[in-house]
Write a protein that binds this ligand. Sequence first.
Ligand code: GDP
Length: 192
Amino acid sequence: RESWASDSSDSVTSSGSDSDSHLYKVMLLGEHGVGKTSLARIFGGVEDCPDVEEAGNTYNRSIIVDGEEASLIVFDIWEQDDGQWLQNHCMKMGDAYIIVYSVTDKVSFEKASELRIQLRRARQTEDIPIILVGNKSDLVRSREVSVDEGRACAVVFDCKFIETSAALHHNVKDLFEGIVRQIRLRKDSKED
Ligand code: GDP
């Protein structure tokens, strides 16, 4: 199991002087059942320490990436409401996006492409970090989407790609660190 550089209890103390103290809003998108909540809960440290408070469907935590602290607030609200309003709002408010599909579910993979298109439309002029995630990589025998298909899709959509297994905690840490790095890359290029 992977361990995080920073404990979730640090999350409230991380503001002010550090250079990356901004709280980044990360939105989880994807079909029902692909593993969004599982990934968010691992990020939030809910599984490691059962007494961590879950504030609804958002998970606030600071992590150390490349020696620097970053605070993320992860929103697992995509499916909270049937109405279109919340989903439109999600498309507008994120600083970064994690689009999740299940490697065992081709339909969820196709849906991920649709979400990417929707997101591009909603944020036309912006270069926002997006990571395409193929979750449930542990379910080898029921795989319907190959690693190559996932990777190719990410190339077409000009975003990053990673396969994860929330069940095995595999690559989950890399996913959230990757989001921080993507955010920083864009921030740095703006400052130059
Ligand atoms: P959500 O609807 O996208 O939030 O998906 P959930 O996180 O609720 O997960 C849906 C179901 O898939 C649950 O039964 C999870 O335990 C299971 N699940 C999530 N991630 C994985 C994974 O990586 N591997 C396996 N085998 N099951 C997973």
